[in-house]
Design a protein around this ligand. Structure first.
Ligand SMILES: Nc1ncnc2c1ncn2[C@@H]1O[C@H](COP(=O)(O)OP(=O)(O)OP(=O)(O)O)[C@@H](O)[C@H]1O
Ligand SMILES: [Mg+2]
Length: 488
């Protein structure tokens, strides 16, 4: 159905794709795997016509041969892309959004569009109201609108770039049902994800990229996780959670009855040397709680104590001054300044350490940025590169570097490995263990079940803005977490 031949894409200092050839069959669910920066998104953008490859390669649809695509040409050939981080902010309704820009030859009334949308939703089992404004929908529902638009456009090749990253457990199941229906209709699905269990569940074929090179295509049923990890990373990798033997020390942070920003009565203590996990469904108030502690939002009532002193966290800067650092979940909105360099972003919250008599030391700044580039394996030709040009996972690592550079005592990791590849995940876990061994304390919000069970010393579970309970290590299990998270 789609064939790529000898596709290369170079940027100054980076070969994003190097002579890649790949075939996609009709009606197959085909995963593309690779580490952060391997070239997955670049490949997709070339198929979608969002960027042009270097001359010399071919993109072949059925028997039509192209040297490069345009968005219109790609759509004509039935390609639809569901990009990660969907953000529909237009004042349009669901139905308008689906049928926008479509030339039916004549104009349809709102009512007609709603009816068409409703019929489509019924067929696919979507629970959406055609007349509701899209900007108010949850990420999962916005994604559904995008999928509905693609279906109504008769897409033959649906490309999904990390589609499950913003979804809750039940929403992931819904997406998988939709993917199965698409397959029944003969649609080819190209699926990118860093979550191996998903890849094994829904895909039939897997192609691996490493450092911009095509490594191998395999049938999913003929391979296993270990082999794939090796193909992606280029070496054997032990995926088990590193053992930690850090003694737990004094209380460093205490929240007393924090209320506001959609959460109520949040109370807990955090000790040095400890990793405290926060679990819960999407929308349970985990990130909202962290925003209160890190000064991004103000509570209506309640107290925050650090090292036995009550503090008044009025802004993120105040929180940082008290040794509280937040690595936010959303790298695009809160994490880093995309149109500035890796070096600049790394220095943002560490200004005090880099400044002498009001001047920033350029040398110290470069040294610090280089250290984190190495420690976190940030894939970038130079620390003077703009963050916007980095791959998704590498942007996430810059957000990590920015917070760590301020050397906080309490580090809040909100979904630390979302969009991070298997190899780098392991490095982040090792880094967290090193930090607590140094006497720091960590709060980790995570929707990744393996991660929250594997890394935490204790788990607090939130449900609908309230504390549903706390689990000590002896009671750790997926059932216990899910049970509490669903408010049972
Ligand atoms: N506009 C650009 N300028 C410079 N380099 C770029 C640009 N776009 C992408 N790159 C580089 O190309 C390489 C491949 O990036 P790509 O986004 O395709 O990776 P990816 O496989 O999607 O990674 P991830 O899993 O982190 O999303 C990266 O090293 C990236 O920094
Ligand atoms: Mg990507």
């Amino acid at each position: 159905m789609l064939k790529l031949e000898h596709i290369t894409k170079t940027y100054p200092g980076v070969t994003a794709l190097n002579d890649v050839s790949l075939t996609f069959e009709q009606g197959e669910i085909h995963a593309i795997l690779g580490e952060n920066g391997a070239g997955k998104s670049t490949l997709i953008k070339i198929i979608a016509g969002a960027i042009n490859p270097d001359p010399g390669g071919k993109i072949i649809f059925d028997d039509k041969i192209y040297t490069q695509m345009t968005p219109a040409l790609s759509a004509q050939n039935g390609v639809a892309v569901i990009y990660q981080d969907i953000n529909l902010v237009t004042p349009m309704t669901v139905a308008e959004n689906i049928y926008i820009g479509r030339n039916f030859g004549h104009i349809y009334s709102k009512r007609r569009l709603n009816k068409m949308a409703r019929e489509l939703f019924e067929e696919f089992g979507f629970n959406l109201d055609p007349a509701s404004p899209v900007e108010r929908l949850s990420p999962a529902n916005q994604q559904m609108v995008e999928i509905a638009r693609a279906i109504s456009n008769n897409a033959r090749i649906m490309i999904m770039d990390e589609p499950t990253a913003p979804l809750a457990v039940n929403e992931v199941e819904m997406l998988f049902d939709i993917i199965a229906k698409l397959k029944d209709r003969g649609v080819t699905v190209i699926y990118i994800s860093h979550r191996m269990e998903e890849v094994f569940r829904i895909t039939e074929r897997i192609s691996v990229l490493r450092d911009g090179q095509f490594v191998q295509s395999l049938n999913t049923k003929d391979t296993n996780r270990q082999e794939l990890v090796k193909l992606m990373v280029g070496r054997e990798l032990n995926e088990s959670f590193p053992v930690r033997k850090t003694p737990v020390g004094d209380v460093v942070l205490e929240a007393r009855d924090l209320t506001g920003n959609s959460v109520e009565h949040i109370s807990f203590q955090l000790r040095r040397g400890e990793i405290l996990g926060f679990a819960g469904l999407v929308g349970s108030g985990r990130s909202e709680t962290m925003e209160l502690i890190a000064g991004a939002k103000k509570p209506d009532s309640g107290e925050i104590w650090v090292n036995g002193k009550k503090i008044n966290v009025t802004s993120p800067a105040v929180a940082i001054a008290h040794g509280i650092g937040l690595i936010p979940e959303d790298r695009k909105e809160q994490g880093c300044i995309l149109f500035n360099t890796v070096k600049f972003n790394t220095s943002l919250s560490a200004m005090r350490k880099l400044t002498k008599c009001g001047f920033i030391s350029g040398r110290k700044n470069t040294a610090m940025a280089e250290k984190y580039r190495e420690d976190l394996r940030i894939k970038v030709p130079s620390v003077n590169q703009m963050v916007v040009n980095l791959s998704g996972g590498n942007q996430q690592k810059v957000v990590l570097a920015k917070t760590l550079a301020a050397d906080p005592d309490v580090i809040i990791f909100d979904e630390p490995t979302k969009g991070i590849d298997v190899g780098a995940k392991q490095e982040i876990y090792n880094l967290m263990n090193e930090l607590v061994a140094q006497g720091k304390a960590i709060i980790m919000v995570s929707s990744d079940m393996e991660e929250i069970l594997g890394m935490s010393d204790r788990i607090i579970v939130l449900c609908e803005g309230l504390m549903a309970g706390e689990l000590p290590r002896e009671r750790f299990s997926q059932e216990n977490v899910l049970h509490m998270a669903s408010g049972l």
